[in-house]
Design a protein around this ligand. Structure first.
Ligand SMILES: *Cc1c(COP(=O)(O)O)cnc(C)c1O
Length: 719
């Protein structure tokens, strides 16, 4: 049943003649193996090797080695493979990959004995693993992708489950007036780093029975299974199930979630995976719980015992305090779609209302995916301490109106996967400074001793990374100008945007309105005085996409765009289209400061602010999400407007004023306060402190350790 399409290295080594060493065919097999394992994305020598095959195609394919290898003319590839130096590089990277896969891991050494049969299924609607797999919209996906990578590094037995979207999320272009053009480029699965498992099954959705194909994406030691209904034998409506991420009417969205939850569990079964823990990363996958319940009652377990059995296996992470971020569907719509599942389990129709409606006794109450997940899971968590508190207050009704303190939602604060978000130059720098970048372990505390790094060296690193970003931005701006039909003047302006030595502040987000991308522009005159300062100028790099249906968010993107066109901001405040992981990596490496201006307490955690400090960057943030857990007054800046204001408008005004004050009086002067050698001593001290306090705690290895010990390995009740 399981087949792989790529040539396997085992086969390659059998055909090798012992005296000659590996042949070109061997090397080609090795390359395919490397290209089909996203391990390469966080191992720099592997990336360097793949890029070197054809740097132009590398850029054109969005750093996709499978597409690159598929597109190279055979003669060209054969000629390249005949180069001894390239052959040696391929063999060396391939050895690294095999060594990585075979190595004894942290889990083997520290937890395997306690949990020999542990297997976690991790269900999520989006995974952001790399820009060449644009199957994500933002932070939820990045967190899920980083979760898989850390699980792989630590050796935690986990399998991811998601959907393969034909055109991913969407591609953003801005028109000449800054309005959003939404593009849906179709992706060819043959050119993606995935393999067909050969497994097919049918997923019941209402009275339909679409065929589902299961793809496998290798992420080091971990697999991500991706479900796909785009098959010739399916009806147009069924094929549309995996057309796009967060696209379409509520009906389609709900059906997609049946595919993810119910289909996801069926796919695991079809592949012979027997998860002992099912982790719903956000409520989108909550129908998995209904499937688990129905499977139990189908076996003859009583309803109450079945619920207890589901709770023993199910854990749930909620990801947003914004009410609109929680899917709610008319009860009848869900009852219809899940009718076959309910029938299979012999469950009454009323079961869904009892489990999924916040106030089940009220007529017309919709089914809420979060409530369904909360009632079926044995443990639930928010993604920062503050978000845990807000969630407990938010969901009292789901528990029959108990006091917030009794709502069983804990918190595990998000993190980032360090090797993904630390620039290779930064890695080399910290190593050279004997700053610890220990082997993966939850308690490894990377960069904990960053404060001993040399000030001049760190300043030098910052300057190099900023220069790299400036050149990256110029190239992107030229492409954007080109796309809008810009003339030579436009291209010239793009090629000269930003300056290499100017304090660079970054803001990149989904442009959801609560993130307030436009807060900085409340007083354009005051901002212009900062940007245009004769001796202490500042420049800003913006990037962000709004959901195609979020017209408010798109209006924000347009307003930022208009600002970048004003003469006083031109070339000093810039906006990059199509925020993706490549832009994210470039920005978190090159920006001196990472700006975060959400309306508190709407940011559940946020993770982008955890990335910059790995590269010597510093946060400037509202006290929201993860930041209050980390801020100590000396490792970054907190935008503090004092007491909370009553209306959002008043809060915006107060926060903007606090931000300007902070920039004018503290942040900008500190960057320009230089010693005799031109080094901003106080700034560098803050950057070192930022690295030493953010990286050790706010990484996914620490986060996985917490999920493992507090959720995956605990019986409900002890969680
Ligand atoms: C890190 C990252 C995010 C998450 O950003 P937050 O707004 O801090 O949650 C979103 N998108 C991309 C591309 C990222 O790299």
């Amino acid at each position: 049943m399981k087949t792989t399409t790529m040539p396997r290295t085992k086969h390659a080594s059998r055909t090798r003649s012992a005296s000659r060493g590996p042949t070109a065919a061997d090397h080609r097999g090795m390359l395919e193996a490397i290209a089909h394992d996203l391990w390469w994305t966080w191992h720099e020598p592997a990336e360097r090797l793949l890029r070197s095959l054809d740097p132009l195609q590398w850029e054109a394919t969005s750093h996709n080695p499978v597409a690159l290898l598929g597109g190279l003319p055979r003669e060209v590839l054969e000629a390249r493979l005949a180069e001894p130096a390239l052959g040696r590089a391929i063999a060396s990277v391939h050895r690294e990959l095999l060594r990585y896969r075979a190595a004894k891991t942290w889990f083997d050494r520290r937890r395997r004995r306690r949990a020999p049969s542990l297997k976690i299924a991790y269900l999520c609607s989006e995974f952001a693993l790399h820009e060449s797999m644009p199957q994500y919209s933002g932070g939820l996906g990045v967190l899920a992708g980083d979760h898989l990578k850390s699980a792989s590094d630590l050796g935690i037995p986990l399998v991811g489950v998601g959907l393969l979207y034909q055109h991913g999320y969407y591609r953003q272009q801005l028109r000449e007036d800054g309005s959003t053009r939404v593009l849906y480029p179709r992706q060819d699965p043959a050119l993606l780093p995935i393999e067909d498992t050969g497994v097919r099954f049918q997923c019941p959705i209402g009275n339909r029975l679409p065929q589902v194909r299961v793809w496998r994406q290798r992420v080091g030691r971990v697999s991500l299974l991706l479900l796909d209904t785009d098959l010739a034998e399916n009806s147009a409506a069924d094929r549309a199930l995996t057309e796009g991420l967060y696209k379409g009417e509520p009906q389609l969205r709900m059906e997609q979630q049946v595919l993810l939850g119910v289909g996801g569990m069926m796919a695991l079964e079809a592949l012979g995976e027997r998860p002992t823990v099912v982790h719903l990363n956000e409520g989108h996958a909550a129908f998995a719980g209904v499937w688990m319940l129905a499977s139990e009652t189908h076996r003859g377990t009583s309803r109450d015992a079945a619920i207890e059995a589901v709770k023993r296996a199910l854990v749930f992470t909620t990801h947003t305090p914004v009410p609109a971020g929680h899917d709610r569907y008319p009860l009848a719509m869900v009852e219809k779609a899940l009718a076959p599942v309910l029938r299979f389990g012999g469950l009454p129709k009323g079961e869904l209302a009892a489990l999924g409606c916040e106030r089940p006794k009220q007529a017309k109450e919709p089914l809420c995916m979060t409530v369904l997940a909360l009632r079926l899971c044995g443990a639930a968590n928010g993604v920062s301490k503050l978000h845990g508190e807000v969630s407990r207050e938010m969901w009292t009704e789901a528990y029959g109106g108990v006091p917030a303190a009794e709502v069983p939602i804990g918190s595990i604060t998000n993190g980032v996967h360090v090797p993904t978000w630390m620039h290779p130059l930064a890695q080399r720098f910290w190593r050279g400074q004997k700053v610890a970048l220990p082997a993966p372990a939850p308690d490894a505390r990377p960069l904990a001793d960053a404060r001993k790094a040399d000030a001049a060296g760190l300043w030098n690193l910052r300057n190099r990374l900023r220069v790299e970003l400036v050149h990256f931005v110029r190239a992107r701006l030229r492409q954007q100008a080109c796309c809008r039909g810009g003339d030579h003047d436009h291209l010239y302006a793009a090629a000269n945007a930003l300056r290499e030595d100017v304090l660079t502040i970054g803001f990149a987000r989904r442009f959801a309105t609560y993130k307030r991308a436009i807060l900085l522009f409340r007083d354009p005159k005051r901002l212009a005085r900062l940007v245009d300062h004769p001796t202490r100028p500042v420049q800003f790099v913006f990037s962000g996409k709004a959901h195609p249906r979020d017209l408010g968010g798109q209006a924000y993107a347009q307003q930022v765009f208009e600002m970048t066109q004003r003469p006083e901001f031109q070339g000093k405040v810039v906006l990059l289209e199509e925020y993706d992981m490549a832009i994210g990596r470039a920005m978190v490496a090159g920006c001196d400061v990472w700006l975060n201006t959400p309306l508190r307490p709407h940011e559940a955690s946020g993770t982008s602010g955890m990335k910059g400090p790995l590269n010597g960057g510093i946060n400037c943030s509202i006290a929201d999400g993860w930041w209050p857990e980390c801020a100590d007054g000396r490792n970054g800046w907190t935008i503090d407007a004092g007491r909370p204001r009553r209306t959002a408008e008043d809060q915006d005004r107060a926060d903007a004023a606090a931000l300007y004050r902070l920039l004018e009086r503290e942040l900008v002067p500190e960057f320009h306060d230089r010693d005799r050698r031109g080094i901003p001593r106080r700034w560098i001290e803050r950057a070192r402190r930022s690295a030493a306090t953010v990286a050790p705690a706010f990484n996914t290895d620490r986060m996985l350790g917490e999920y493992l010990d507090r959720m995956y390995l605990q019986e409900p009740g002890a969680r």
